[in-house]
Design a protein around this ligand. Structure first.
Ligand code: 9MR
Length: 651
């Protein structure tokens, strides 16, 4: 819109500097210690690639007349062959098979790093004269003596032709054995394999010389919702540097912990809790009771049919609930200090405000009462939360408030309300979010922000191949405004958790890519990060404001409305050609009209752009404009103003 900006975009300049620094670090790391150089493969030394190039950990070409570490899974014969080859003159022949599962296997457990995503590929050829068949590439894992099998890729093979099998494998927990193998679906004919490759794309290194969230945000601990695969590599480095609390993303949900009745699994949750303990972090346990990710056996009656609301089924369901909570919470008593005991129980469209989940339909409010009572018995020191989304929306907020008030009055041990805060760059307003916090304040409970992310999308129809810069800026402003609000309520807010680590990990990536978190896909701090940690944002750290000065006056005020006058002065030595002044209203004020500038407002953020006749702002010169706006309870002056993206001093 404006041809030139005399005011430098300092924040962007800083990003360019970071990129340069990172490029140098990457180069240095690549020279000093090539990634993957310590891994060995049975066939050949791994390819020590430059950073960001894929690193190969297995390359089996069978050109040396050996099996290069591949062996039979059981009974068949696996041998080097020169009968046929995909590349070169050698391959691996598999003969003497009597079962479809028989095929060549390679032990790779020692070559793989937990949390790394490996690309796996191999070429397969069925012996001449064989009927076509599906061939499969799979991984076999042994954990605690139990084998599990995962198909990584499959393809239709015809006799005499080579077909490539490809797949992806990410080890997320320690195993006694991990093997890759090839098998067929139906035939037991001989086959050949060749040119097996296992490689990974190394993570870019994290920025180590930027502030830590944990140091910069002092009002409350900042946490992240994580999966076991996030604990390694650069994600693990980001967690260790920045976060003070971890929430189990999926690892403590019912389907993960008790997939079948009486069989409990803690492998994934153990990985997260152990990491948190090692790094001195708190843990939020998410979640004991939910309508999603709960196996169907939980709601199956004694005859194996879906439960109907009878007294007998209610007793059975509450009994299962009690066993589940006693076992899962008991496992982590003393180590997980906050639990989302129940999750998303509100449906504000119901007359009683309660979600019609199977829990509610069979047990009414007693499932919530039982869950909190049992949780409190298991770990009396744990703080017990009721967690929900859209708690800023008045109808939902009020339904949740009514429920919590009622249950607290009954003596149900609810200690806190969790606001998920899955929001976007425009919604909700700071004022609505503040009302949300104020609503629950009289209950005297803790409040936590439990799953925050700020989507770059404002409607379902949008889709951006890469996040537009203005959305990333708006996102930074939303994060900053929300964190400033949380800071004002730091006496009640006992933690703020973001739902993921980098933009790659977000649950919001589906049919369109989103970018809702503080770190980008390259593990680098985004504008939003600086907006949260840097008091001088959008200027650089420590860089003074003052290339512009703003005078903001309320020149007239009446019930519901006021008139504002703003004077902006260019205090730099350079003229400005085209200006855009921005501020955020903190109490829901809304501009209704303006003069001597073009004013627009998006939720709380007001943008005033020069009119066609006053875009020139000489060095030392000033421009003034006015506006009318509405207000309700209070009308505080905005705290910060930016001119063409750079903070101004206020007079
Ligand atoms: O982040 C979770 C994602 O990996 C799961 O696929 C999804 C399944 O329901 O649950 C996500 O987390 C949800 C959380 O448990 C409760 N609030 C909404 C979150 C986003 O869906």
């Amino acid at each position: 819109m404006h041809a030139t900006h005399a005011f430098p975009r300092l924040a962007r300049r800083r990003s360019a500097l970071w990129l340069t620094v990172c490029a140098l670090v990457v180069a240095a790391v690549a020279l000093a210690a090539p990634s993957g150089a310590t891994a060995t493969t049975p066939a050949a030394a791994p390819t020590a690639a430059a950073a960001q190039e894929p690193v190969t950990v297995v390359a089996s070409d069978f050109e040396d007349g050996t099996t290069q570490g591949w062996s039979a899974r059981g009974g068949e014969t696996v041998a080097a062959s020169t009968e046929v080859a995909h590349g070169g003159t050698g391959s691996l022949a598999v003969t003497g098979r009597t079962g479809t599962w028989q095929g060549p296997a390679l032990s790779v457990g020692d070559l793989l790093t937990l949390g790394t995503s490996y690309d796996v590929s191999v070429w397969v050829r069925l012996a001449d004269g064989t009927a076509g068949d599906t061939v499969r590439l799979s991984a076999e894992r042994h954990v605690d003596g139990q084998a599990s099998y995962h198909t990584l890729g499959s393809a239709q093979a015809t006799a005499g032709g080579w077909v490539e099998l490809t797949g992806e494998y990410t080890p997320t927990a320690a195993a006694e054995y991990v093997g890759l193998y090839v098998e067929t679906a139906s035939v037991t004919a001989d086959f050949f394999v060749d040119d097996a490759l296992v490689s990974y794309q190394p993570d870019p290194p994290i920025q180590t010389d930027i502030p830590s969230l944990r140091d910069a945000v002092t009002g409350f601990p900042v946490g992240a919702g994580v999966e076991p695969s996030h604990l390694y590599g650069s994600r693990g480095d980001l967690l260790a540097k920045h976060y003070e609390s971890l929430t189990t993303g999926n690892a403590l949900k019912w389907d993960a912990t008790q997939p079948t009745e009486g069989t409990f699994r803690f492998t994934d949750a153990d990985a997260i809790v152990d990491f948190a303990t090692e790094h001195g972090m708190a843990v939020r346990g998410h979640t004991l009771v939910w309508h999603n990710q709960t196996p169907s056996w939980v709601f199956t009656d004694a005859n194996g049919d879906p439960m109907t609301p009878t007294a007998e089924n209610k007793a059975l369901l509450l009994d299962r609930l009690e066993t589940h909570i006693r076992t899962v919470m008991g496992e982590y008593a003393g180590r997980v200090e906050v639990w989302d005991v129940v999750n998303e129980v509100i449906d504000e469209s119901q007359s009683d405000g309660m979600r019609r989940s199977p829990w509610f339909q069979i047990a009414g409010l007693d499932y919530i009462r039982t869950a909190f009572r049992v949780a409190h018995e298991v770990d009396p020191d744990a703080r017990l939360f009721i967690n929900d989304y859209n708690t800023n929306v008045p109808a939902k907020r009020d339904a949740l408030f009514d429920l919590v008030s009622q249950l607290r009055a009954e003596g149900v041990p609810i200690h806190g309300v969790g606001h998920q805060m899955h929001v976007n760059v425009e919604w909700p307003s700071v004022a609505e979010t503040e009302t949300m916090l104020q609503t629950f304040a009289p209950l005297g409970l803790e409040q936590q922000i439990t799953e925050m992310d700020v989507s770059i999308y404002t409607s379902s129809g949008e889709s951006f191949p890469t996040p537009p810069e203005e959305r990333l800026r708006a996102q930074a402003e939303q994060y900053r405004a929300m964190f400033q609000l949380f800071d004002r309520y730091a006496d009640q807010i006992t933690s703020v958790t973001l739902w993921g680590v980098t933009d790659t990990d977000s649950w919001l990536n589906g049919s369109r890519a989103d970018a809702p978190l503080l770190f980008d896909r390259e593990f680098q701090a985004k504008e939003a990060f600086w907006a949260v940690v840097d008091p001088d944002w959008p200027n650089g750290p420590g860089e003074p404001t003052g290339d512009c000065a703003v005078r903001y006056q309320v020149v007239g005020s009446w019930s519901g409305g006021f008139e504002g006058r703003v004077t902006v002065t260019n205090t730099s030595a350079e003229p400005v050609d085209g200006w855009s002044l921005r501020w955020t209203f903190g109490a829901g004020q809304r501009v209704t009209q303006g003069w001597n500038a073009e004013l627009s407002q998006s939720v709380d953020v007001v943008t005033a752009e020069n009119a066609s006749w006053n875009g020139q702002l000489a060095a030392g010169g000033s421009r003034a404009f006015g506006f009318l706006a509405s207000w309700t309870d209070a009308n505080p002056a905005p705290e910060t103003f930016t001119l063409n993206g750079v903070s101004c001093t206020t007079a």
